[in-house]
Ligand binder design. Structure first.
Ligand SMILES: CC(C)(COP(=O)(O)OP(=O)(O)OC[C@H]1O[C@@H](n2cnc3c(N)ncnc32)[C@H](O)[C@@H]1OP(=O)(O)O)[C@@H](O)C(=O)NCCC(=O)NCCS
Length: 148
């Protein structure tokens, strides 16, 4: 991922996560992540303009979604589902067996999206995320199982 593309994705990230205090990746952090060999990025575009993206880490036959976002103005239009289904399809062809992610237990929209795409809750990390009020929130660990 080049400098200009990273800048565009950093803007999308900043807009999408602006109400989530612990999500602090800026340009440099994203640029560093893109330079790691195991990181794969998927970008969804509308009229040739990026409106969202996902970053994954792939190790052997397992993947982890490390971030996933859609620009707020395009949310609730099914674009998250389109992107996630496409990712699952591509990983299937690469013989990935399991795909994991973590999500705040109060992130209803994201949990709905992951449920819609057949991810199942397999665990919980207690008080994993910080809230604005310094209160801590559990993370749900979810998994997509490619081979039933
Ligand atoms: C989570 C996110 C990626 C979803 O993207 P999206 O394009 O809006 O997703 P979709 O439109 O495909 O699906 C959203 C689903 O949530 C549902 N939804 C919307 N508001 C909801 C609410 N308050 N409670 C429950 N479900 C809700 C929608 O109806 C839709 O479900 P449906 O298709 O069954 O009707 C996007 O909201 C986002 O970027 N959020 C900020 C960053 C974030 O939280 N990322 C995930 C980190 S784990």
């Amino acid at each position: 991922m080049g400098v200009e593309s990273t800048r565009i994705l950093a803007e999308i990230y900043s807009e999408a996560f602006k109400n989530m205090p612990e999500q602090k990746w800026g340009f440099s952090e994203l640029f560093e992540l893109f330079s790691i060999r195991e990181t794969i990025s998927f970008v969804i575009c509308l009229d040739a303009k990026p409106i969202g993206f996902a970053l994954l880490r792939i190790l052997a036959d397992e993947g982890e979604i490390i971030t996933f976002c859609i620009l707020p103005k395009w949310c609730n239009n099914g674009y998250g589902k389109i992107l996630l289904e496409r990712i699952v399809d591509i990983l299937k062809k690469r013989s990935i067996k399991k795909l994991f992610l973590e999500v705040r237990e109060n992130n209803k929209v994201a949990i709905k999206l992951y449920n819609n795409c057949s991810f199942k809750v397999i665990g919980r990390r207690k008080k994993y995320y910080k809230n604005n009020q310094a209160e801590k929130i559990d993370a749900l660990v979810m998994q997509y199982q490619f081979i039933k």
